[in-house]
Design a protein. Structure first.
Length: 626
C-alpha cells in the first residue's frame, strides 16, 4: 500500500521551493515596477526640476576621475545597483563635459561666480587639468570670480584650486602636496610560494613591465628611468602652481623635516600652516563661506547661496547626442583610451578591431576630411596595435591627414598606434616612449603535484598542445623558450622599423632612445619622437589646417549603442539627474580599503586583458603614477 502523505523532509523542501519562487517573483516584479516608474518619470518629468536662478554660482562638484572617454557600463545593472544603495564603481567625469560647462557658464549672465568643490574629485593627469584650467581662465576673463572651498586638498584637487581667485580651507582642513611616485606591487615571492614559474621574453634594458613578476623590488635601471620623468612632471606641477599662487618654487615641502618645521611654527595646526605657506588665502567655516557667496549671488529658500550644480547645469548645456550637420566638413576624433586588446572592446579599453572600425568609419565618411586620434593608453597587444596602425595608414592613403594627439600617457603600444600618423602632438607632461616588447607566461608544473594532479599524454609532434595551453601544466621546453624569444626579438625589430620609417630616423637611432625607456612629451620632442607640443585643441586645429579647412565641425566617432541600450541609458541617466535614484558616498573606511585593493585588482584585471594571439605585448607598467 502506497503512503500518499509526503514525509516531513519532503514537505520542508517543498515549502523552501515555494518560498524561493515567491521571493524571486516579488524581486522581479519590484524591479519591473521600478523600471516602469523610471520610464514614466523620464517621459513626463521633463527638465522642469533643473532651474538656474537669475543670479547664481556654478558649483563645480566633480565626482570621480577625469577621463577622455568613459568606460562602458551596463546601464541597467548600474541603475539597479545605485537604486539599491550601492555606489558606482570608480566614477568618471568626461573632461570635455567639464570644459563645455565652464565655457557655457562664462557667457551665461545668470552665472556670476564659479565655486570649485573638489572634495570628491579623483585622479586627474596634468594635461587633463590644464584643459579645465584653460576654461577656468576664460571664465575669469569674462569678469567673473572663482572660489575654491574644501576640507582637504590633495595634489589633484589643489592643482585645479590654484586657478581660483581665492582658495578657502575649513578650520580643520589640510593641504597635502606629496609629489609624484611610481610604486608597483611585486609578486616574485608570492609566485614562488605558490610554485608558479614565470617565463619572460623581452627586449629593452628599460622594459620594466615584467619586473613585478621577476623581482621583489624595482631594478636600478627602472629607478633611473622612472625618476627622470617623475621629477620632470613634479617640476612642471610646482612651476605652474607657484606661478598662479605667486610664491617661490621652493615653497613646496619635500622632506619630513621641512614640513615638521613649518608645522611647529603653526603649533601643529594644519590649516594655519597652509595659510602661513600661502597655499590657501583664508580659513573659513562652511557658514562663513556661504555668507560670502550670498553677498555675491543672493540667498535661496534653503538659506544658502543661489547655485546650480555641475551635473544639473551639464544636463542643460551638454547635448546628449552629438549634432551631425550633414553639410559641414568634419574633423573626426577617435579616442583610444585604456589597455590595447585584441578584437572588439567596449569604451574604456582599446580593441584592435573596434578601434580600427571607428577609423574605417571616418575613412568612408565623405564629410570627414581629417582625423585626430586621441591617445590615452599605456599599450597592450602588439597585434592589436598593428591592426590600428594599418587603418591609420589607409586613412593617409585616402588623402585624409591623421594627427595623433597624446593625452596623459601614450606609451608602448600607445606609441605604436601614434607612429603612422602625419604628425604627433603631445603635452609637455605626456608619458610616452617605452618602445619595447615582451612576452610573459606562467606555468604551474611544480604546483600540480602538491595538489595531487598531473597532465600526461601523447601527441604526433613536439608542438601538439602548444595552442591549448599545455605548457601551463607541463612546463616550458627550452626549445620552445628559444622560439618565443626569437619572436619577441622579431617584434622589437618591427617596432624599431615602424618608428624609424615614420620618424625619418635610422633603426639604430631609434634603438638608442627605445629599449623600453619612458620619456615626457617635452623630452620626446627633443629626441624626435614627437613633432609638436600642444593641447588637444591645438591638434584638432592642426588636422584642419592640413586638410585645408577653414570652417568645420568636430565629430567624435564612437561605438554605436543598440537602440535598446541607448533608450535605457537615456532613461536611467535622466532619472539620476532628476534625483529619482539615490546617490551614495563611500565612507572613509571604504575609501581606504579601495586604495589598498586597487593595485591588486588593476594588476589581475590587466593580466586578464592580455589576449594577444601571439602572446607579444608592448605595455608600460610603470606609466601609472601613485
Amino acid at each position: 500500500m502506497t503512503n500518499k502523505n509526503p514525509g516531513p523532509i519532503r514537505r520542508l523542501f517543498s515549502a523552501i521551493g515555494r518560498l524561493y519562487r515567491g521571493f524571486r517573483s516579488v524581486i522581479l516584479n519590484l524591479l519591473f515596477i521600478g523600471l516602469v516608474v523610471v520610464i514614466a518619470m523620464s517621459i513626463f518629468g521633463g527638465d522642469d526640476n533643473v532651474e538656474v536662478p537669475p543670479t547664481a554660482a556654478l558649483v563645480l562638484n566633480l565626482t570621480g576621475d577625469l577621463v577622455e572617454e568613459k568606460r562602458w557600463t551596463d546601464p541597467i545593472a548600474t541603475a539597479i545597483n545605485e537604486s539599491l544603495g550601492g555606489q558606482e564603481e570608480a566614477p568618471e567625469v568626461l573632461v570635455s563635459d567639464v570644459v563645455t560647462v565652464i565655457k557655457q557658464a562664462s557667457s551665461d549672465n545668470r552665472i556670476q561666480a564659479l565655486v570649485l568643490d573638489l572634495s570628491m574629485l579623483g585622479h586627474g593627469s596634468l594635461d587633463k587639468m590644464q584643459r579645465i584650467g584653460a576654461a577656468i581662465e576664460s571664465f575669469k576673463a569674462a569678469g567673473k570670480k572663482v572660489f575654491a572651498y574644501g576640507g582637504f586638498y590633495g595634489q589633484t584637487q589643489y592643482y585645479l584650486a590654484s586657478y581660483a581667485d581665492e582658495i578657502n580651507l575649513s578650520p580643520m582642513g589640510t593641504v597635502l602636496l606629496e609629489g609624484y611616485g611610481s610604486y608597483p606591487m611585486y609578486y616574485k615571492n608570492a609566485l614562488e610560494k605558490l610554485k608558479i614559474n614565470t617565463h619572460v621574453f623581452r627586449v629593452g634594458t628599460y622594459k620594466s613591465a615584467v619586473e613585478p613578476f621577476l623581482r621583489n623590488d624595482m631594478s636600478d635601471a627602472a629607478k633611473e628611468a622612472n625618476s627622470a620623468w617623475l621629477n620632470e612632471l613634479w617640476g612642471d606641477y610646482k612651476e605652474q602652481v607657484a606661478q598662479r599662487r605667486g610664491f617661490a618654487i621652493d615653497n613646496f615641502d619635500e622632506t619630513y623635516s621641512s614640513l615638521l618645521e613649518k608645522l611647529q611654527a603653526a603649533n601643529g595646526d594644519l590649516s594655519q600652516y597652509a595659510v602661513n605657506a600661502g597655499l590657501v588665502d583664508s580659513i573659513k567655516t562652511r557658514e562663513e563661506f556661504r555668507r560670502e557667496l550670498v553677498a555675491i549671488v543672493g540667498e535661496n529658500d534653503e538659506h544658502t547661496y543661489n547655485h546650480v550644480t555641475f551635473q544639473d547645469y551639464a544636463h542643460l548645456v551638454v547635448p546628449s547626442k552629438q549634432f551631425d550637420n550633414p553639410v559641414t566638413d568634419k574633423v573626426a576624433v577617435v579616442v583610444a583610451r585604456g589597455v590595447i586588446v585584441d578584437g572588439y572592446a567596449k569604451a574604456g579599453s582599446v580593441g584592435g578591431d573596434s578601434t580600427a572600425e571607428l577609423l574605417r568609419k571616418a575613412r568612408f565618411d565623405d564629410k570627414v576630411k581629417a582625423v585626430v586620434l586621441r591617445i590615452d593608453s599605456p599599450g597592450g597587444s602588439a597585434y592589436a596595435s598593428e591592426i590600428i596602425g594599418q587603418e591609420i595608414r589607409l586613412l593617409r592613403e585616402a588623402g585624409k591627414p591623421v594627427i595623433a594627439s597624446m593625452g596623459s600617457v601614450a606609451a608602448s603600444g600607445g606609441y605604436w598606434i601614434a607612429a603612422p600618423a602625419n604628425e604627433i602632438w603631445a603635452s609637455p607632461t605626456t608619458i610616452t616612449g617605452s618602445i619595447g616588447i615582451f612576452g610573459l607566461l606562467h606555468t604551474a608544473e611544480d604546483a600540480l603535484p602538491v595538489l595531487g594532479l598531473n597532465v600526461d599524454g601523447v601527441g604526433t609532434t613536439e608542438l601538439a598542445g602548444l595552442s591549448n595551453g599545455l605548457p601551463l601544466f607541463k612546463g616550458l621546453d627550452d626549445k620552445a623558450a628559444d622560439l618565443f624569444q626569437l619572436l619577441i626579438e622579431r617584434g622589437y625589430s618591427e617596432f624599431l622599423t615602424l618608428v624609424s620609417e615614420n620618424r625619418n630616423m635610422t633603426a639604430e637611432e631609434v634603438d638608442k632612445i627605445a629599449q623600453g625607456r619612458v620619456w615626457t612629451g617635452r623630452k620626446a620632442q627633443e629626441l624626435g619622437l614627437v613633432d609638436k607640443l600642444g593641447s588637444f585643441g591645438d591638434a584638432i586645429k592642426a588636422a584642419a589646417d592640413k586638410a585645408g579647412l577653414s570652417h568645420y565641425d568636430v565629430k567624435v566617432v564612437q561605438q554605436d549603442l543598440t537602440p535598446g541600450e541607448q533608450m535605457i541609458k537615456d532613461l536611467l541617466g535622466e532619472a539620476k539627474v532628476q534625483g529619482w535614484l539615490p546617490q551614495s558616498e563611500a565612507s572613509a573606511e571604504q575609501k581606504l580599503l579601495g586604495k589598498l585593493t586597487k593595485q591588486l585588482k588593476q594588476d589581475f584585471v590587466l593580466m586578464n586583458q592580455f589576449n594577444d594571439p601571439n602572446g607579444v605585448y608592448s605595455y608600460c607598467v610603470s606609466c601609472s603614477i601613485n
